[in-house]
Design a protein around this ligand. Structure first.
Ligand code: SF4
Length: 484
């Protein structure tokens, strides 16, 4: 069937912004980094002749993307809560350039707020709710919008909703994203500080069995069940990728929790071991040593681990489902096996106090992951944390990011104002990284690998700039929280 000429666009927003729709956090990171637009590549692979444009890593501005409007019949923009106001401006400018362009928004933000999103601007013709791969394929085939399951749209001046689309069960029905990466992206533009460069990331499944109250995707577009592609399908895509991208040094599986299904993870690992690739993935801090050994023996280099907090009470409050004693044991095993860990932490979750912040910093120093990142609690609409924050009066501001796309502190408590949570982020980073042991370890890595040295020097500069900005903002006593 012939398709509309379709543009998939991850729009430009803040300079260097990697906290948009394809990211699990809300803000640009402390160092320059970019995730792949995998969610958008998936439907792009289903629409023949389409093009995927990822503006942030290519440093494309509004002026660069607006002329594209004239060359397409359909534009699909991936949006997020922090970038939505800016994404609307992009849509309006494109519609002004080509009034016949049909424009749709996809992503968790519009899935949670379809009516408000459509009401935000007449430039938006439709939004896709929840999973949108086959929804967009049908729109691109030119079906009447009212016949496309999962769509909310404008008709005769009113907002209407087609019935929900059933959740996708046959994950192997999704085509490979790797061909779209090859066709439309420059993989050298994608950086993540703790991954080897160049890297490629993709999903082998969607959803997470855990029910963490702050976590957006499982509560919206992914679901709280791990739906997976078959082992053979995943291994075949990586084999294909090794032929398309011989320069790639590492593959990253960005599934919410790749280790949720350990027998499958081990089977995929064995397939990757036969290919001889280096890879890494997301994990909870509860993987048993025997499984870690299998993964390590088959190319696993690094795990991205959500520890979140050093307070068991906070982990319980947010339903993380992990225990500090098991997290300690898991980390010891990973270190003994030579698996690197990038640990992620969140400050400001329910139950946070000055004492729990101190406990979390000490916990991070004690388990000593190779690298870490610290986020401020981000109550995305659609999450239990957002509902809880509204009900309990904790939400002191709406903007998840400041005017530069940097994370803002929006949750505050009577005993712990958001400004103090905001300031503790810098303290956390300083007390973790500026320890002699950590500086020596990172310095040693730089001396052993010239590419690592080049990158780390650039990242170090980014990090110093980040700390300087924090200083300025702390001096003015409260973070900026304006939307763009
Ligand atoms: S385990 Fe990780 S991916 Fe799963 S719900 Fe919790 S934070 Fe989200």
């Amino acid at each position: 069937m012939a398709s509309l000429k379709t543009l998939f666009l991850h729009p430009p927003s803040f300079e260097g912004f990697d906290g948009g729709a394809g990211s699990r956090y809300q803000a640009r990171r402390e160092i320059r980094s970019f995730w792949y637009p995998t969610w958008l590549a998936q439907p792009a692979a289903l629409v023949p002749g389409s093009r995927l444009v990822d503006a942030p890593p290519d440093d494309l501005t509004l002026d660069d993307v607006v002329p594209l409007a004239s060359a397409y019949e359909l534009a699909v923009l991936h949006t997020s809560t922090p970038s939505f106001p800016s994404d609307v401006k992009v849509a309006e400018a494109m519609k002004a350039r080509n009034p016949d362009l049909r424009i749709g928004f996809v992503g968790a933000h519009v899935a949670v707020h379809p009516v408000e999103s459509l009401a935000a601007s007449p430039a938006i013709d439709f939004v896709a709710r929840n999973e949108f791969d086959f929804t967009i394929q049908e729109v691109a085939e030119g079906r009447p919008l009212r016949d496309v399951l999962g769509l909310s749209f404008r008709e005769d001046g009113r907002i209407r909703h087609a019935p929900d689309r059933p959740i996708l069960e046959d994950m192997d029905a999704l085509p490979y994203v790797i061909d779209v990466y090859r066709r439309d992206l420059t993989i050298e533009h994608y950086f993540i500080g703790y991954l080897l460069h160049p890297y490629v990331s993709l999903y082998t499944g969607r959803g997470c069995r855990s029910k963490c109250t702050f976590c957006l995707w499982p509560q919206t577009v992914g679901g709280q069940r791990y739906r997976t592609r078959s082992v053979d399908n995943v291994v075949a895509e990586i084999a294909h990728a090794t032929r398309l991208f011989p320069q790639v040094r590492e593959y990253f599986f960005d599934d919410d929790t790749f280790t949720d299904d350990l027998p499958r993870a081990e089977a995929i690992a064995r397939g990757l071991g036969r290919l001889g690739v280096t890879w890494s993935c997301n994990a909870k801090p509860d993987v048993p040593r025997a499984s870690l050994e299998v993964l390590r023996d088959n190319g696993l280099r690094l795990l991205l681990v959500g520890y979140e907090s050093g307070s068991q009470a906070i982990l319980n409050n947010v339903r993380k489902g992990t225990r500090l004693d098991r997290a300690r044991e898991f980390t010891r095993h990973a270190r003994a096996l030579g698996i690197k860990i990038h640990g992620t932490f969140i400050l400001g979750l329910p139950g946070e106090t000055r004492e729990t912040i101190e406990a979390t910093i000490r916990f991070a120093q004690e388990i000593d992951p190779h690298t870490l990142q610290v986020s401020l609690a981000a109550p995305y609409p659609g999450t239990a944390l957002h509902r809880e924050a509204l009900e309990r009066g904790w939400l002191e501001s709406e903007g998840l990011v400041d005017g530069r796309g940097t994370q803002a502190s929006v949750i505050g408590y009577p005993h712990l104002p958001r400004t103090e949570i905001f300031r503790s982020l810098e303290t956390f980073y300083r007390r973790f990284y500026f320890r002699p042991r950590k500086l020596v370890a990172l310095g040693g890595e730089m001396l052993r690998d010239r590419m690592v040295m080049k990158r780390r020097l650039g990242e170090g500069l980014d990090f110093v700039r980040f700390l300087a900005r924090r200083r300025q903002e702390a001096a003015s006593s409260s973070p900026t929280v304006a939307n763009p």
